[in-house]
Each structure stands twice: as C-alpha cells, then as structure tokens.
Design a binder for this molecule. Structure first.
Ligand SMILES: [Fe+2]
Ligand SMILES: [Fe+2]
Length: 390
C-alpha cells in the first residue's frame, strides 16, 4: 500500500521563512501549502484537507494564537505545531499549556534538523490517527507545561557547559533541587549525597533531566491527586531497579534508571485536564470489581492513560524507552514492543508497587508469563520485594 501523501500547511508572514521551508522540504514527499497571513490560511483550509499545520506565533492582524485556536476548534484532526523565535520561549509555554500546539519549531533552524523534526511529527500524527486518538488528543484543553529550568538545562547541555554550571542552574530552583536530592537518596539509587553536583555525576544529566521533568508534571496537579500517583511511580522505579540489580543481576543502562517514574504519566495528564472527572472515574474503578481502568478511560475521554502518556512523552523527545513504557506497561507481550525485557520488568514492578502500597490489585492484570520469560521464580521474587521499604 502506498502511504497517502501528507499535506502540511505552513503559515508565516515572513515570506523568507516560507521560502526556507520550501527549500528544506522540497525533496520530501509532502504536499506543501503556504500562507503569509491568517486570512490566506483560512482560505486554504476551506478548500484543502490538511494534516499538519505549522504556524508562526508572531504575526500581524490575525496572530498565530488566533489561528491555532481556530484550528483547534474547527479542525480538530489537524496536528498543530507552533513556529517561534528564540526570544519567545515564555510565549510558547502558554500555547503548549493550553494545547493550542502539540509542539514547536524554533527559528532559525538547520535544514536537516528541520526535515527530521517534520518527519518526526508526521510519524506521530500517523500513529495517533491509526490508533483513532488524534481528535481526543488534539481537543485536550490543558497540558502540564515544560518548566523553564528544563529549557535552560537543555540549552546548557547543547552548548557544552560543564557540570558545575549545570549544577548551579539546578540549585537556583530550590524546590526542584530539594526534590532531586530526595529522589537521588531514595533507597534504590544507592546514593547518599546532598550535592546536586554529585547527583549529576552519579545519575547522569539525562536522569536528572527526567527527574526534573517528572517533578514538574506531577506538581501541575493538586496534591491529593499527585501524591498517591507519585508514590506509585517512585515505588515502581525502585522495584524496577531492584529487579535489575538483585534479581536479574544485570546493569540497566545508566540513562534508563528513571524510566519507571513515567509509566503512568498519562494519568497525571488526564487529571490535569479533567481533574474531578478523572478522580470520579478512579473512585468507580477502586470500588468495583471487574473493570479495567484503561477501558474506562477510553469510554470517558476517548483515550487511555497509556496512549496519552505515550504521546506526551513523545512530544518531550525523551529516550524512546520512556514513551514505550508508558504505552505498553499493561501489555508487555504486544508484538510492537521493542525493549521487551525492560517493559516486562516495568509490568512486574507496576503490579508489585501496588501490592506494597496497599492499592487495589487485580491479579488478572498481571501477565504471569513475565516470570517465565524473565526466568524469575515468583516466590523468591515476592520474598525479596516485600522487604523493600515503603
Ligand atoms: Fe498504568
Ligand atoms: Fe502504574
């Protein structure tokens, strides 16, 4: 089957930018449409069927925000991306938190980077469409935002700053650095330190970035919702590390030592958008016997916590194992899973995290084949896990 050619609408009042897009993407297989104003864009939308729209935020007369708002309201099946200048970082946060755009492209760009970025979003668009969740995701009204410190660290890493500089950046944010230290010192990282510099050396910049990111996502929702989910995430991560260190006797890749923190991040995103609606759903889930949370989510919101977690982590551009863990932690034998061992471990860790924390546990939801596949004796495993500190 020949894949359908995707149509991309690019809107910018600066004609040089439109031309640069044209040059950068001319060898790709997209149908490109250009508009230098809001009106021109709306005219195109009337006659063409568009898959992706890339919209400059700063435009005279009809601003990029207004265009994105209209797209969201009237064309919910178009995947929206904002185009911004370096100086507009705080503006983009506003657009992202209201889900006016799924992501953004910073001007100026380098040509091959732009081609890669566009193809990344086209692939993501295709996946969401195939799963039938594009409109549900496009219509969400509030998404947790990226903390400014995350931008700053990414930039510092890109510019090859040394560890001391990066540590200083983190230390400037007291609540984030306190949390990093607390997590780094939590049982299964096996580290004792009060220094961000040392935490960076021990865990590596990627894990520290991940911890900062998970923290800011969890802190975007009310404490009574966030706390139990955070305890569960942290415990899942601990058990994941315990399985690798003490049971499988294997070393988990350094950069993946925080993957467990993200498996249920989709729940946080759903709470952030639907707050009481999601809380009510969880109550029904806890009080009734035969129900599967992801099916209830699909019924009520059109998207499950696994799917939205996957999408959200894909947008943040983190290591591929993180979105994969979000998508398949309840379905470790799905043929699409690439990192089978890790996903099986997270599946186990997720289950036993609930056991240890005294949450509702459904035996049926645990796929027992993982014991055999991982060559783990269940009884032995349960004995080791029960000694973990809650
Ligand atoms: Fe889950
Ligand atoms: Fe979970």
């Amino acid at each position: 089957m020949i894949a359908e050619k995707k149509s991309i609408l690019i809107v910018d009042d600066d004609k040089r930018i439109l031309y640069a897009f044209k040059k950068a993407l001319e060898k790709t297989n997209y149908n490109l449409l250009f508009a230098d104003s809001g009106d021109a864009a709306f005219a195109i939308l009337q006659s063409e069927s568009i898959d992706l729209a890339i919209v400059d935020l700063r435009m005279p007369i009809i601003s990029g925000y207004e265009i994105l708002e209209k797209l969201k309201k009237d064309y919910p099946s178009i995947f929206r991306i904002a185009l911004i200048g370096y100086v507009d970082e705080s503006k983009i946060l506003k657009a992202l938190s209201k889900n006016l755009a799924s992501s953004y492209i910073i001007k100026p760009w380098n040509k091959s980077e732009l081609t890669n970025t566009v193809s990344y979003y086209v692939n993501l668009y295709n996946e969401l469409k195939e799963r039938g969740i594009l409109e549900a995701i496009n219509s969400i009204d509030a998404l947790p935002t990226i903390p400014e410190i995350y931008f700053k660290i990414s930039k510092a890493v890109e510019e090859n700053y040394d560890m001391d500089k990066i540590a200083e950046l983190i230390e400037m944010d007291h609540s984030i650095s306190a949390k990093v230290i607390q997590i780094v010192n939590s049982a299964y990282f096996n580290i004792r330190t009060a220094s961000i510099r040392k935490a960076l050396v021990y865990l590596g910049i990627n894990n520290i970035q991940n911890i900062i990111m998970s923290q800011s996502v969890f802190s975007s929702v009310r404490k009574e919702f966030a706390n139990p989910l955070w305890l569960h995430a942290e415990m899942t991560n601990k058990i994941m590390l315990l399985i690798y260190n003490n049971i499988l006797d294997k070393k988990l890749d350094e950069d993946l030592r925080s993957v467990g923190l993200f498996h249920d991040i989709g729940k946080v995103v759903l709470i952030n958008d639907y707050s009481n609606g999601y809380y009510d759903l969880c109550k029904v889930y806890t009080e009734s016997e035969d129900c599967v949370i992801q099916e209830m989510e699909k019924d009520k919101f059109g998207v499950s916590h696994e799917e939205i977690g996957y999408y959200f982590m894909k947008l943040w551009g983190v290591a591929e194992e993180i979105p994969e863990a979000a998508l398949y932690h309840h379905d470790p034998f799905n043929p699409a899973v690439k990192n089978k061992e890790l996903i099986m471990v997270i599946h186990l860790a997720n289950h036993y995290s609930k056991v240890l924390l005294g949450c509702k546990v459904n035996e049926e939801e645990l796929d027992k084949r993982v014991f055999e596949e991982l060559n783990i004796n269940r009884e032995y495993f349960e004995n080791v896990v029960k000694n973990l500190k809650v």
